[in-house]
Design a protein around this ligand. Structure first.
Ligand code: NAP
Length: 418
């Protein structure tokens, strides 16, 4: 097994999957990394030492990560003439767990986002974004600490399926004619057309993952967010299939809102999780007015896209928002912002998003002790007023540091593991 940048490090061992899909993590796992474009190399140079220090502090050298660089983006193009060579896909499947910086979407006809391509080709169907406030971070909210949610956004269907026809093209005309002739639906003949598929299979696996997460992490509420009042057979069906998978597989652990009031007098029994649903527009209000009422959210692709960024803004913006794209066979953890090319090579941007994504990755490995050290180091640095430019400009009296300066401040403030 090799990729454009070479074979895996000799000293590590592969992560494997058990029959039930759980991770089998050796003490020296090989983990793939993609540096990314634009600010990616600055971020990676700053963050990798933080990940290694956290693992060292948590496990005293008994566990280490063997990093394996994988080719993607502009660095890959320079090396082999391709942005995403086939070997990279094979290497990601072999590594099972990968962390990546942002990738620039090349501008030009026919180019699909590299990030979307990775998600689709590897069937990374759940985009997972925890949104939690770190005290001291500037926020537009009065009580940003009330926001503590984990978003599960469907990653393969809905608008990501990308089924569209441009206005005025022969294919658009053909479809418009077909709709009128065969389905009795009249569409303005100058329209562009888009189709969004939402299937029971993709919905159920996404909602299943959200439910499992809530049950395994002691979360008490899962909310299905949809626009089913308008799009009944896609978004409405997303809601129905979500309830269905809960009833089929978790009936002993899940309580619906109706059952909560009718059978439990409004009091959620211990060990149970409340499953409810909200219409998307109302959810945006609720996220601002009653954020404490929401913990785990399951959404179709487009709703999930909007709500992820809106929630991230409530707790300090995209510089601090971590994320992961997870499938049954592999997972990619990534900074949620883009490659911010104007800051490339300046060692300037906030590494918080990639650091927190790395903490998510360590959790995913079952190395929660190391993950906690990163989070605690970030919290301590921000509370000391040590921040990068993006937060410094919103704070008074902050000490502005570089990207690598913030990463060093995090390492210095990681507590001694107990
Ligand atoms: P962007 O790279 O996220 O940058 C937009 C602005 O967000 C920056 O100018 C900066 O704001 C702020 N920002 C981004 N990352 C930051 C960080 N780590 N710390 C502090 N501030 C940060 O968005 P874009 O300019 O729209 O996209 C650039 C390229 O990235 C495009 O090719 C796009 O396709 C790609 N992209 C990739 C991913 C991904 O890999 N997952 C995601 C989104 C976009 P200020 O100017 O106010 O300082």
């Amino acid at each position: 097994m090799s990729n454009v940048f070479g074979g895996p490090p000799a000293e590590g061992a592969w992560i494997t999957l058990t029959e039930t899909g759980a991770l089998n993590v050796p003490v020296h796992p090989i983990i793939g990394f993609i540096e990314g474009d634009g600010v990616g190399p600055d971020l990676w140079a700053a963050c990798r030492p933080v990940f290694d220090s956290a693992v060292q502090k948590a496990f005293g050298g008994s566990r280490t990560i063997s990093w394996w660089e994988l080719a993607a983006g502009e660095k890959s193009l320079a090396a082999c003439g391709e942005h995403l060579p086939q070997q990279t896909f094979e290497a990601i499947k072999q590594a099972v767990v990968v962390i990546k910086g942002p990738l620039t979407t090349p501008v030009g006809g026919g180019f699909r986002s590299l990030n979307v391509t990775l998600r689709q080709q590897l069937d990374l169907y759940a985009c997972v974004r925890p949104v939690r406030y770190i005290p001291g971070t500037p926020s537009p909210m009065k009580r940003p600490g009330d926001v503590d949610m984990v978003i599960f956004r469907e990653n393969t269907e809905d608008v990501y399926a990308g089924i569209e026809w441009k206005s005025g093209t022969p294919d658009a005309h053909r479809l418009i004619d077909f709709l009128e002739t065969n389905m009795g639906v009249r569409v303005d003949p100058t329209s562009g057309i888009g189709i969004k598929p939402i299937s029971p299979h993709a919905t159920k696996r996404l909602v299943r993952r959200a439910l499992r997460y809530a049950l395994e992490h002691g979360r008490r509420r899962v909310t299905i967010v949809h626009k089913g009042n308008i799009m009944k057979f896609t978004e409405g069906a997303f809601r129905d299939w979500g309830y269905q998978v809960a009833a089929e597989e978790y009936s002993d652990r899940i309580v619906t809102e109706k059952a909560l009031s009718e059978d439990f007098h409004g009091k959620l029994p211990n060990g149970k999780v409340l499953l409810n649903d909200r219409i998307a527009d109302s959810m945006f209000q609720q996220a601002l007015l009653r954020p404490k009422d929401y913990e785990v959210l399951a959404l179709p692709n487009l709703n999930g896209d909007y709500l992820s960024d809106a929630l991230a803004a409530q707790v300090g913006g995209i510089g601090m928002a971590p994320g992961a794209n997870i499938g049954d066979a592999c997972a990619i953890f990534e900074a949620t912002h883009g490659s911010a090319p104007k800051y490339a090579g300046q060692d300037k941007v906030n590494p918080g998003s990639l650091l927190l994504s790395g903490a998510m990755m360590l959790e995913h490995l079952g190395w929660g002790e190391a993950a906690a050290l990163i989070v605690q180091g970030i919290e301590a640095a921000i509370q000391a007023g040590i921040v990068t430019y993006d937060l410094a400009r919103l704070m008074s009296g902050a000490q502005e540091v570089s990207c690598s300066g913030f990463a060093r401040a995090v390492v210095e403030r990681m507590p001694i593991a107990t």
